[in-house]
Design a protein. Structure first.
Length: 145
């Protein structure tokens, strides 16, 4: 299983906004430069995040982006649902797309796996991700920690 670049970059974008939460607006060009991601690509990723109310934007010279809610109130599941969709396979969301759903053993496996993934991602907030990121950065500077 593999997450798309869009999802991975979207999480990185949201992590930067979480690190800067409460410190004002962040320019997309600064995130692009710091994260080594195309600004144009980030501009496409941020649109759906803004559309569902995870991100706020302000236009103008002092504009930029901020999280719409506290980092502790945004889960990785919310972010990935926006960027990847909330289902592993189409038949989980709409059983009518496959005539084999009633007899398909793999359907049950996908449902189980989807539930576990959803449960795990629902249990991780941006605030926790910021803490994990800081701990890794601290260990990289001082491996004895």
């Amino acid at each position: 299983m593999k997450l798309s670049t869009r999802a991975r970059y979207g999480v990185r974008l949201m992590l930067v906004l979480a690190k800067n939460y409460g410190q004002g607006n962040v320019f997309l060009k600064d995130i692009a430069k710091d994260e080594e991601i195309s600004e144009k690509y980030l501009s496409l990723i941020i649109i759906p995040l803004k559309g569902v109310g995870l991100v706020n934007s302000v236009r103008g010279a002092y504009g930029g982006y901020t999280l719409a809610r506290k980092p502790a109130d945004i889960t990785l599941k919310e972010i990935l649902d926006v960027l990847e969709g909330d289902c592993l396979v189409d038949c989980l969301k709409d059983p009518k797309v496959c005539p084999r759903v009633a007899t398909c053993a793999s359907h049950d496996i996908w449902a189980l796996l989807g539930g576990k993934i959803s449960e795990t991602l629902s249990g991780i907030t941006l605030e926790q991700l910021v803490q994990m990121n800081q701990e890794k950065a601290d260990r990289a500077i001082n491996p004895e920690i």
